[in-house]
Design a protein around this ligand. Structure first.
Ligand code: UFG
Length: 339
């Protein structure tokens, strides 16, 4: 069975990808130092997949540790998730973000090139589009290269590094997946998003508020030039996103692209904050306490994916609806809070 190294494999998107890899006949090996996740995630992955999952609790910035644990392991492909991802924190601690996200990528790429790895998938983000000018549906060619935060800039730089490495003529197939807004959890209720402290993202804040952890949700801004005055995003079920990585590995194996492939992973549909609240209430039957507050600094007004390329190249389209994702996220929240 082909071995796929999954850095950050105990994290939110990484853990769901481990499940999809196993279900599609791959053999994932997890590297994760649990700084933003918990060892219990591995046990839950083992429960879901009914098999043992090899993992190494090391920091990807530690080159020696990476070399040591992976010595003599033949890895077919790497999916590189391990990175920091909080926009606000990155504004406060830019060097921490550049250090971990850029140096981590360089180390893992270096290891890949020295160890005959064939395929490499990088976690990129729709943040590389910045604020879309004019049309809000963004296709892969429209990346502005200007992100709104140091976090986003680490993704822009990451993509540039991949371009330069590929251009140097290396024998590594490279794919950068630009994620839109992942939400939801595994249907088993055993894995999901585990925000550290107060969540920044919308759906975890909604489910935590409904679970009684916060008094109310604040909707950031009500006077944006959108259909109802609140910001619009392309929310995608995390299991769909995970599946896109499996399709990505298959695609690289079949096509060996000559340059880096950049592919959006989104549903192609925009949803406003108020629509998310309404859908949450309809899906769960729970009334949510919320109020309008001021705009949040740095928020993009409206963005959603043009999903043509993922369909054409990867044969991938989103299978789950926002209702499915909300249902699974609420189920997960209830499980971890024992509600
Ligand atoms: N929102 C609220 N109240 C909250 C939280 C969020 O109204 O308490 C709103 C935001 O203002 C925004 C929408 O809900 O309009 C979505 O916000 P998220 O924080 O969930 O998602 P973002 O689109 O802002 O952020 C995501 C990723 C980042 C990435 C960014 C840009 O979480 O990693 O997209 O690509 F950098």
């Amino acid at each position: 069975m082909k071995k796929i190294l999954v850095t950050g494999g105990a994290g939110y998107i990484g853990s769901h990808t481990v499940v999809q890899l196993i279900q599609n006949g791959y053999n994932p090996i997890v590297v994760d130092d649990f700084r933003n996740s918990q060892p219990a995630v591995i046990q839950n992955l083992e429960k879901i997949t009914n098999q043992s999952i090899p993992f190494y609790a090391i920091d990807i910035c530690d080159k020696t540790a990476l070399n040591n644990v992976l010595k003599n392991t033949e890895i077919e492909g790497i999916i590189h998730f391990a990175a920091y991802k909080a926009v606000g924190e990155s504004v406060e601690k830019p060097l921490m973000y550049y250090h971990n996200n850029v140096e981590g990528l360089i180390n893992v790429l270096d290891w890949a090139l020295n160890n005959n790895v064939k395929h490499f998938i990088f976690s990129s983000s729709c943040t590389v589009y910045g604020e879309p000018q004019g049309i809000k549906e963004v296709s892969e060619e429209t990346a502005s290269g200007i992100a709104n935060s140091p976090y986003g800039q680490t993704k822009v730089i990451g993509e540039q590094i991949l371009n330069d490495v590929k251009h140097s003529g290396v024998d590594l197939n490279i794919l950068a997946l630009r994620y839109f807004n992942p939400i939801g959890a595994h249907a088993s209720g055993l894995i999901g998003e585990l925000p550290v402290g107060k969540p920044n993202n919308l759906l975890p804040f909604i489910t935590q508020t409904a679970a009684g952890l916060h008094k109310e949700l604040t909707v950031f801004g009500n006077d944006y030039p959108t259909s109802d005055g609140t910001c619009v995003r392309d929310y995608i079920h995390v299991v769909d996103l995970a599946e896109a990585h499996v399709k990505g590995i298959d695609f690289l194996a079949q096509n060996q692209p000559k340059s880096v492939e950049f592919i959006n992973v989104g549903t192609g549909k925009g949803t406003s904050v108020l629509e998310m609240i309404q859908t949450f209430e309809e899906t769960t039957g729970k009334k949510l306490n919320w109020k309008f507050g001021p705009r949040r600094e740095g928020d993009v007004v409206e963005i959603y994916a043009n999903a043509d390329k993922s369909r054409e190249k990867l044969g991938w389209i989103a299978q789950y609806s926002i209702k499915d994702a909300i249902n699974d996220a609420w189920n997960w929240e209830k499980n971890i809070r024992n509600i």
